[in-house]
Design a protein around this ligand. Structure first.
Ligand SMILES: [Zn+2]
Length: 244
């Protein structure tokens, strides 16, 4: 998810043709929207019109699960966090040579990680939370929110504070928004009490029934939205990085 990428990208020189041929299918992270643009570009040459390309994109988007993730925008989105901690936490490698599919590759998190082994550092941190977004207040929707380290630490502070937490306290909502700066993206998190929700954001609180139904669908600790690449796929990424 591009909004969380705030670190500088290293440029490694590699011939384009080589790079595109080495992208393993497993590398395509279908949960991420940038995959789709890659797919459209790749298949668009045969399309009769650009309209067909956009149709294909929307089709692929709804089929691929790219709706899984909460999209944080410049406008504050009201969310309800469903559990008191992340269900998954990991670091990712950023592989600029990957031209099709997500450039972010989940670090194995062990000394055996092939990318760590060749000296690539996993620089992007993600903490995944189940949230209900009230972006469209009429249609509360459950999403996975991938928070970066700064926001994750703010959430932790609230979670462990008996006066402000837990995160999934019944009367507690949050807003999240982003601001895109020249070289980085800044996120702003705010707590909102249920009683202020309508007045401040024109949003009606969720009914207990709706909350219960959503809460029954949450992930458990250890569930993974972003899968690890297997040895073979990882080796292809390593080859891409090292230029073999
Ligand atoms: Zn790694």
């Amino acid at each position: 998810m591009s909004e969380a990428r705030t670190y500088g990208r290293r440029r490694r020189q590699l011939p384009t043709a080589t790079a595109s041929h080495h992208v393993p299918a497993a590398q395509k992270d279908l949960a991420h929207p940038e995959v789709l643009s890659g797919t459209v570009v790749a298949t668009g040459s045969g399309a009769t019109s650009h309209g067909a390309g956009w149709d294909a994109m929307e089709k692929a988007a709804s089929a691929s699960g790219s709706d899984t993730y909460l999209k944080v925008t410049e406008e504050a989105t009201v969310i309800k966090i469903l559990s008191d901690g992340p269900f998954d936490v990991y670091n990712s490698h950023w592989i600029d040579e990957i031209e099709e599919g997500s450039k972010s590759v989940r670090c194995w998190g062990t000394p055996e990680c092939p990318l760590c082994a060749v000296g690539d550092k996993a620089k992007r941190f993600s903490a995944c939370f189940d949230v209900i977004t009230l972006e469209d207040p009429e249609t509360p929707t459950m999403k996975v929110w991938e928070a970066g380290i700064k926001i994750a630490r703010q959430l932790k502070d609230i979670a462990i504070d008996p006066k402000r937490g837990p995160l999934n306290r019944g009367d507690l909502y949050f807003t999240i928004k982003k601001e895109t700066k020249k070289k980085s993206v800044e996120y702003t998190l705010e707590r909102v009490k249920e009683r202020d929700l309508y007045e401040e954001y024109d949003v009606e609180p969720l009914s207990e029934e709706a909350l219960r139904a959503f809460a029954a669908e949450t992930h458990e600790w250890g569930d993974r939205v972003k899968e690890l690449l297997d040895h073979e796929a990882m080796q292809e990424v390593v080859d891409l990085v090292t230029g073999y």
